[in-house]
Ligand binder design. Structure first.
Ligand SMILES: O=C(O)C(=O)C[C@]1(C(=O)O)C=C[C@@H](O)C=C1
Length: 303
């Protein structure tokens, strides 16, 4: 067992992160549940080789804690983005056995799940207080073990938690805004050389993330900076995210550009990756355009 790599994930058992980690690594890893997304990232500093973080959801969008961690300077240097995993998410409203919908006073869950199910809560539980907790499975555990007033709490979590935390029952399954609901996770590892037990990407084309900061005072216009990414050799931008910079002047922002390379052909030469060649060129031009600014553009990972 000890030879297996350690994968940190947002716990406890029964979170969607737990499910995604298992789907990626199966029996080829040891699993280390963490209390928060920040702790999951921090586990890379205390011995875990991998951390799997929820990245974005198809209903509620970006997971703020994760994207803000991607601003950390260690990512792109000692820590690299290595892959991704997408899973389907069907949320259940769970209560202690015997509690009726009309008796629920409080609903606990991860803020993403509360957001994905906001329509259901507004319609069916308009007077219930919504409380954010670090994960869906922690919400289920609290409802299962709650005392006193907590008996009237409900949780939004996966149906798997019913088997893990005895005493719960499902009031309603599939309470998110639309039936098709997916969360995409990002896999980080300490360095590029830790081998991955399963192919890191589910897609046939390679991807990469570039981070750069764009201060309000920048000499070059943002639109000119973005033209650096104009399609080259079949590579293109598939997504742009923007967050406040952690340490810059007010409204200085950090940009995350997700790039997609051309699909690999069966006859392509081993080790030849058009995306990394394109990125070498893009990074040189980006550094020149942003050269007067302290924060260098960085490739957070290619997978
Ligand atoms: O709380 C969990 O179960 C998680 O794994 C976190 C998380 C998220 O942050 O998006 C993962 C998937 C769902 O979208 C809801 C919550």
């Amino acid at each position: 067992m000890t030879g297996l790599p350690c994968v940190a994930f947002l716990g406890p058992e029964g979170t969607y992160s737990h499910q995604a980690a298992h789907e990626l690594f199966g029996d080829a890893a040891r699993y280390a549940p963490q209390h928060t997304i920040t702790d999951t990232f921090g586990a890379l500093e205390s011995g875990a080789q991998y951390a799997l973080l929820p990245w974005e959801n198809s209903i509620h969008g970006i997971v703020i804690d994760t994207i803000d961690l991607l601003r950390d300077e260690s990512i792109g240097t000692s820590i690299r983005v290595r892959g991704e995993k997408t899973i389907g998410v069907q949320h259940c409203l769970l209560v202690r056995k015997g509690v009726k919908l009309s008796e629920i006073k409080t609903v606990l869950s991860h803020e993403q799940a509360l957001g994905q199910c906001a329509g259901y809560l507004t319609k069916h539980l308009p007077h219930a207080t919504r409380i954010k907790v670090p994960s869906t499975a922690l919400a289920a555990e609290r409802v299962a073990t709650g005392q006193g007033e907590d008996v009237w709490c409900a949780a939004i979590a996966s149906s798997m938690t019913v088997a893990l935390y005895p005493g719960l029952e499902v009031v309603k399954k599939g309470i998110q805004a639309v039936e098709d609901n997916f969360t995409r996770f990002i896999l980080l590892s300490t360095g590029d050389d830790t081998s991955l037990p399963t192919p890191p990407s589910e897609r046939s084309y390679p991807q990469a993330i570039v981070r750069f900061s764009y201060p309000q005072a920048a000499a070059a216009a943002l639109i000119d900076i973005l033209t650096v990414f104009r399609d080259g050799s079949g590579c293109s931008v598939s997504r742009i995210d923007r967050r406040p910079s952690a340490d810059g002047a007010p409204f200085d922002d950090v940009y995350f550009i997700v790039l997609r390379g051309p699909a690999a052909h069966e006859d392509s030469i081993a080790g030849f990756n058009p995306l990394s060649i394109y990125l070498d060129n893009v990074m040189i031009r980006l550094r020149i355009m942003l050269n007067q600014h302290a924060s260098r553009p960085v490739v957070l990972g290619i997978w």
